[in-house]
Ligand binder design. Structure first.
Ligand code: SAM
Length: 209
């Protein structure tokens, strides 16, 4: 992606977090239940490294920490979203690795046992960006690592935060990821937004071969 377009992407997300509180954004969840269920089902150890990609101000990292997972990282393109999460966590934020970067440009400082992404990959509407994401994922995830990814389902919303998205089912996701992943579980969620609407999400748990 060229520099200008990437800057636009960052600007978009910083503006979103400037305009709205993290409690008002459509993707807000008090309890990220399905993500936690799939992470638990992966069977990784409590001291295995986990990264929440595009985690923003999500409470997933708080809940993982409370459950005893100790090697946590959060990545987001928006500094503002990470600052919200850090101030919410207070002292506990010091135990977490924070990465302010576009995921397609991420160079992981070490490998992760589990990569989590809720509603981030689906914004990559260009094949070249999806290819870069998959390259970064493959370079960042351990062999035998786990991928938990949630996206708008087929028939769900076509936009999020004013941006077009790609809807996913397992077949479409596996096509983009290539041969290196095996689907272990799939869950559906009808997500209630703070504005009272419903959004159809699909959650996928895959294993890296
Ligand atoms: C719809 S929100 C989902 C946030 C969080 N995963 C959740 O479920 O609450 C998308 C998040 O991804 C971040 N984001 C969007 N594009 C990104 C990119 N290319 N690289 C890194 N983060 C990105 C945004 O700043 C935002 O925090």
């Amino acid at each position: 992606m060229e520099a200008g377009a990437m800057g636009d992407r960052k600007q978009h997300w910083e503006q979103v977090y400037r305009d709205k509180s993290p409690l008002e954004v459509s993707w807000y969840q008090k309890e990220p239940s399905l993500s936690l269920e799939l992470i638990r089902n992966s069977g990784i150890q409590k001291d295995d490294p986990i990264i929440d990609v595009g985690g923003g101000a999500s409470l997933l990292v708080d809940r993982l920490q409370q459950t005893g997972y100790s090697q946590l990282s959060v990545l987001d393109i928006s500094a503002r979203s990470l600052a919200y999460a850090q101030s919410r966590l207070g002292e506990a934020a010091r135990q977490i690795e924070w990465h302010e970067v576009d995921v397609t440009e991420f160079s992981a400082p070490h490998r992760y046992a589990l990569w989590h992404d809720r509603a981030v990959f689906h914004f990559l509407t260009k094949a070249a960006d999806r290819e870069k994401y998959v390259e970064v994922l493959n370079a960042s995830l351990r062999p035998n690592g786990h991928l938990v990814i949630a996206a708008f389902a087929i028939g769900g919303p076509t936009q999020c935060s004013g941006l077009n998205i790609v809807q996913y089912d397992a077949e479409r996701l596996l096509n983009v990821l290539g041969d290196g992943f095996q689907l272990l579980e799939e869950l559906s969620e009808s997500h209630p937004t703070p504005a009272g609407k419903r959004q159809a999400f699909s959650y996928f748990h895959l294993h890296r071969l």
